[in-house]
Design a protein around this ligand. Structure first.
Ligand code: SF4
Ligand code: SF4
Length: 244
């Protein structure tokens, strides 16, 4: 996003709409830090500028990645923005089967943001521990080598509000993956949350919980019952052909 300096009157109304605090006032004009800006378009979409001075230019590669990952109105390769729908609709898709666990690592947040470089670090950690990347996920589409988790080097400096790595691991490799992700936290210049999904056994026990308990890893149990929205996912056939 840029500010048309000829139109801007420096009222400052746009600043609070920026989730990464990229807008500042300088000499009574709004200025956008182009490194911080994630091209989310929140400021423009809020429609609060009295002079229509916020302008979204045509984005070129690799800056387009910022918009693809941060603008909530973007639908990139059939997946909306941050996209964890595979994990959230597992009762419909059955993507995570018995004997496997799903892991999602959610990097960045509004006010904090992250970069594709940080996302690559986690992708490489889980790839080294036998994880399989979820195809129906925007981050996966930027990974050029799924065996190593390497992301397209052209986009590593692109900043996004957040990004989620989704993988599946054999249940016996869950502990090593979770421990490796936690150990990698010090390498990151952002925050992340870690989600694990695993279907219950017939008796109500859950293998992931048993493993995390044995490892002494704290977690907050969460259950999900899909009451129907997942069944409306008419994109399913398209998602199957979703490739990097
Ligand atoms: S496009 Fe988004 S990140 Fe960039 S200045 Fe506007 S609100 Fe901030
Ligand atoms: S809202 Fe518009 S006029 Fe006011 S500071 Fe922002 S860009 Fe300038």
């Amino acid at each position: 996003m840029i500010v048309d300096q000829k139109l801007c009157i420096g009222c400052g109304r746009c600043r609070v709409y920026c989730p990464v605090r990229a807008i500042r006032l300088e000499n009574r004009k709004a200025v956008i830090d182009q490194d911080l800006c994630t091209e989310c378009a929140n400021c423009q979409r809020a429609n609060i500028c009295p002079k229509q001075a916020l302008v979204k230019p045509a984005l070129e590669w690799p800056r387009q990645v910022r918009s693809q990952m941060s603008d909530v109105t973007t639908v990139y390769r059939g997946v909306n923005g941050r996209g964890t729908e595979e994990m959230k609709t597992n009762d419909v898709t059955g993507r995570f089967k018995k004997g496997f666990a799903g892991i999602a690592v959610e990097l960045g947040r509004p006010q904090v943001s992250t970069t594709m470089r940080d996302l690559e670090k986690i992708a490489m950690v889980v790839a080294a521990h036998g994880a399989e990347f979820e195809e129906c996920n925007p981050i996966t589409s930027y990974i050029v080598d799924k065996a190593t988790g390497k992301v397209n080097p052209e986009i590593l400096d692109e900043r996004v509000i957040s990004g989620i790595i989704e993988v599946t691991v054999p249940i016996e490799r869950l502990r090593e993956n979770v421990e490796a992700i936690i150990a990698a936290a010090d390498q990151l210049d952002t925050v992340f949350s870690l989600d694990v999904v695993c279907v219950n056994n017939e008796d109500g026990s859950n293998d992931a919980r048993t493993i995390l308990d044995e490892a002494g890893i704290w977690y907050r149990p969460n259950a999900k019952n899909n009451v129907g929205l997942g069944h409306l996912d008419s994109r399913r056939e398209k998602d199957v052909s979703y490739t990097a």
